[in-house]
Design a protein around this ligand. Sequence first.
Ligand code: EPZ
Length: 414
Amino acid sequence: MMLIDGPSRLMGELEVQGAKNSTLPLLAGALLCRGQTVLHNCPELSDVDAAVKILEHLGCRCKREGHDLTIENGVTCHEIPEELMRRMRSSIVFLGAIISRCGEARLCSPGGCELGPRPIDLHISSLKKLGVQVKESGGWLHCSAPGGINGAYVSLSFPSVGATENLILAAVCGSGTTIIANAAREPEISDLCEYLNRCGGRIYGAGESCIIIDGVKELYGAEHRVMPDRIAAVTYMAAAAVTGGNVTLRDVDNTHILPMLTPFEESGCRVRQLGGCLDILAPKRLSAVRHIRTMPYPGFPTDAQPVVMAMAAVGDGTSVFVENIFENRYRHAEGLSRMGARVKVEGKVAVVEGVPELTGATVEAMDLRGGAALIVAGLCAQGSTKVRGMEYVERGYEKIGEHLSELGAKIKSF
Ligand code: EPZ
């Protein structure tokens, strides 16, 4: 649990962590490589710990020294047990790599998650096009590629991040050429492909909607620095914004931040981007953020919607959100309302009437980014806020309590 004594004004500098959503597919990629992979800037998160446990279960040896994670490949098993699958819904990203490396894979279908049902139909239909046979029974997926993985043309009906990653991981050591149309363009995809190409892969067009993969025989482990976490960055920007603060973030890839800048500028923040740094100076009172529609990259990312809603909760005016990516991604509205925010949710749309101030309360994190939104709100609320369910937040934010305290927040974690 986290206890926040508000309001506070955040001032100072912070180094942004490595990206959770890049680290996970990179770990799956390490399964494909002979020898040793070293990931630098690897964040210390419970989701990464869960992924390391899966790698070790599959036969790899992993060693962490601070933010450096070394993976010695030695895959001897193709099954992910239920308790490991359950711990992290995104473990589905290992599927393509295990099939490619072992010729088959067995894992329990990942349950839904706090964001609603998380179907994997695009993953499965895409892998079938590469020659993978899939049997689903009793909640288990048994996939095999008796004829190996063969290159194919795959057009995704939706630019799914996970399905794009699974396709790349399955096809990079397949035979022939794979073309992915309507591929996801998120920066984490480019980070994965940069690593795989350094290991000997031949992947072209990462970051664009059409990705071409010429299958190669073997990949050899390499060193790679995990890209900065753009969602952690925008979370600390929102924390500075609601507290009328002035914060400098180091190790930011400013290109990745561009799709998220508009609400900060609309609400009256001054954001300066300089090389790998970003400086945000917030006004005493935020204006409304107006209209936010979440979209696949390079649109406004769904993962930033909750923390920007926390900003809108204290903005002067009305803000409208349309959540186009996940079905159930407004669960933080309940906690914000308990703190005095005026949020009205109708299906995909949420309307927020900004209030001059929030009041501390006991609130429950229901998912990773929703929990971060409640923390952001607690920083500017009058009085103390108790955030329960911190296990969700610790999945994706490294030492968030310590970092906020270093910037001047009054926080105790239990
Ligand atoms: C990745 O999830 C991220 N997770 C999510 O971040 C992020 O919100 C999402 O991409 C969108 O950017 C990781 O990278 C580990 P999708 P993923 O496949 O791959 C539907 C966070 O907070 N869909 O692009 O699961 C799906 O239900 C997390 O860090 C299908 O219908 O996202 C969702 O509505 C949350 N069938 C939409 O597409 C499929 O086969 C986007 O999913 C796959 C997805």
